[in-house]
Ligand binder design. Structure first.
Ligand code: AMP
Ligand code: ZN
Length: 113
C-alpha cells in the first residue's frame, strides 16, 4: 500500500519521533502550524475517521490520551492546546492515514477556518 504514514511506521520514511509504543507513534509535523505541532498516528492503517469501527475504540482512546500526555510533557497543557483530525479533502485531509494533530504554544483561534 502506498501510504506515507505507513512508511513512517515501518521506518522507510524518516520522521522526528517523539514517542512510540505498540499502538501509536508521535512525530513532528514537517510543516508546523504552531510552536508545538506533532502528529499522533496509529500503527495500524485506518484511512479516515469514517473508517473507525467498534474494534478501534480502545486505540482511539489511547491516541487521545497520548495527545494529553505529550501536551503535559511539552508544558502546553495548562495554557491550552488543540487536537484536530481532518476527515477527507473538504476538511483539509491530505494524508489518508488517520492522525491527530497536537497543536499548541500559541493562542488558538475559533472558528479554525
Ligand atoms: P492533514 O492535512 O490533516 O492530512 O495532515 C497531514 C499533515 O502531515 C500535514 O500537517 C503535513 O504537514 C504533515 N506531513 C506530510 N508529510 C509529512 C512527513 N513526511 N513527516 C511529517 N509530517 C508530514
Ligand atoms: Zn497508512
Amino acid at each position: 500500500m502506498d501510504c506515507l504514514f505507513c512508511g513512517i511506521v515501518n521506518g522507510d520514511i524518516p520522521a522526528t519521533k517523539r514517542y512510540e509504543d505498540e499502538l501509536v507513534i508521535v512525530f513532528d509535523d514537517i510543516n508546523p502550524q504552531a510552536p508545538v505541532h506533532q502528529l499522533i498516528i496509529p500503527k495500524q492503517h485506518i484511512a479516515t475517521t469514517n473508517d473507525i469501527a467498534t474494534e478501534h475504540h480502545a486505540l482511539l482512546g489511547h491516541m487521545l490520551q497520548t495527545a494529553s500526555v505529550m501536551a503535559k510533557q511539552l508544558e502546553i497543557a495548562d495554557d491550552g492546546y488543540r487536537v484536530v483530525t481532518n476527515c477527507n479533502a473538504g476538511a483539509g485531509q491530505t494524508v489518508f492515514h488517520l492522525h491527530m494533530h497536537l497543536l499548541g504554544g500559541r493562542p488558538m483561534h475559533w472558528p479554525p477556518g
